[in-house]
Ligand binder design. Structure first.
Ligand code: GLN
Length: 199
């Protein structure tokens, strides 16, 4: 079966590993370039995007990550992971780099202090069976997307999920709910990609 990794430098790694396994994939933590080379797809978890990006540089993972994303490896970023997949951050902290891969501009902590955390039903294009339960924790939103990126969900007039080719990003955290449909979508993307590579 497909092997999916979770970037395991900081953040809610364990929850993603559980969700990926529940969605039918083999799931492994990824901390080293060698481990990255062995996965068919990768999740970038929620956590703190500046910390994850600094650790990725420190662990020698930033360039290999960029190279694999450029080469079309399926990736799914939640919250901090969404920020890491953005080609541009509106308000980056110093030293904060991104992996990139989605032609979008994100605003960190966009939903504001008074709303550090909230939950809402979110309709996601490509996810069947009704809205998902969106858990937003100091979540970013997407200010704008470029021509290549497709908005797949909005909340309150703000873009909260985007897909560009094999890259998917959500502002919210499906790994914290028992609903594995978004991980299922990501595992399906990864299977399709591997099947196409094998042709
Ligand atoms: N606010 C965090 C950041 O900017 C993201 C929060 C999260 O992943 N839950 O990285």
């Amino acid at each position: 079966d497909v092997v999916t990794g979770v970037l395991a430098l900081q953040g809610d790694v364990r929850e993603h590993l559980v969700a990926l396994a529940a969605a039918g994939a083999v799931a492994r933590p990824v901390r080293l370039p060698d481990e990255l080379a062995e996965v068919d797809g990768l999740v970038l978890p929620g956590g703190e995007s500046t910390t994850i990006s600094r650790l990725a540089v420190l662990f020698g993972l930033m360039e290999p990550l960029r190279a694999r994303v450029r080469a079309g490896m399926p990736v799914y970023g939640t919250c901090a992971g969404m920020i890491l997949l953005a080609d541009r951050i509106l308000d980056p902290r110093s030293g904060q780099e991104t992996v990139g891969g989605i032609d979008m501009i994100v605003r960190r902590n966009a939903f504001g202090r008074q709303n550090d955390s909230f939950e809402a039903a979110v309709d996601v294009k490509g996810v069947v069976g009704g809205p998902v339960h969106g858990v937003f924790i100091r979540a970013p939103w997407v200010e704008s997307v470029g021509a290549g990126a497709e908005v797949v969900a909005e909340h309150d007039g703000h873009i909260v999920a985007v897909r560009q080719g094999n890259a998917l990003a959500t502002s919210f955290h499906p790994e914290l709910t028992g609903d594995h449909r978004l991980h299922g979508l990501f595992v399906a993307m990864t299977r399709e990609c591997r099947a196409a590579d094998a042709l």
